[in-house]
Design a protein around this ligand. Structure first.
Ligand code: AMP
Length: 159
């Protein structure tokens, strides 16, 4: 049940100075940060990260969006961390993301608008979709040396 998952504060989140707010949401839910860094993905790296979407209509613009500025990448650990992080993040489209979620509270972009304009949807965060994706994505973004096991208050109140 104790899982690790990958979260990226995407370039729009970094550029809007929402990094701290976003990290804080996850910390307050009791998730432990076990790895974190700022990184600027190049095209090849972004293509690898989004390889599951290759061939889809939005793939090219998605890759372009991820490479347009630095991201803050982190590995979060906690019980059912993959699902819990997806829940806190909210639905992919900010327009329909529930209030109380990060995307619902801090963004409002819609597919209707972005499809018409041919631009990527600005939804602040990437969060691994399932445990298999999390394992693959953590390996892509972090080395073992960049992740840390340590005691935190969560070990008392969560585990
Ligand atoms: P996912 O791996 O499912 O989180 O999707 C990765 C990213 O692809 C999302 O965060 C969006 O930025 C983008 N995306 C997913 N579905 C669509 C779509 N239907 N139209 C445009 N962008 C999308």
């Amino acid at each position: 049940m104790l899982e690790r998952t990958l979260v990226l504060v995407k370039p729009d989140g970094v550029q809007r100075s929402l990094t701290g707010e976003i990290i804080s949401r996850f910390e307050k839910a009791g998730l432990k940060i076990v790895g974190m860094k700022m990184a600027w993905a190049d095209r090849k790296f972004a293509e690898e990260h989004y390889s599951a979407h290759k061939g889809k209509a939005f793939y090219k613009s998605l890759v372009g969006f991820l490479t347009e500025g630095p991201v803050v990448a982190m590995v979060l650990e906690g019980l059912h961390a993959v699902d819990v992080v997806r829940k806190l993040t909210g639905a992919t489209e900010p327009r329909t993301a529930a209030p109380g979620t990060i995307r619902g509270d801090y963004a409002h972009h819609s597919y209707e608008y972005t499809d018409k304009k041919g631009i990527p949807i600005k939804n602040l965060i990437h969060a691994s979709g399932d445990r298999k994706d999390a394992e693959k994505e953590i390996k892509l973004w972090f080395t073992l040396k960049e992740m840390h096991s340590y005691k935190s208050v969560h070990d008392v109140h969560v585990l």
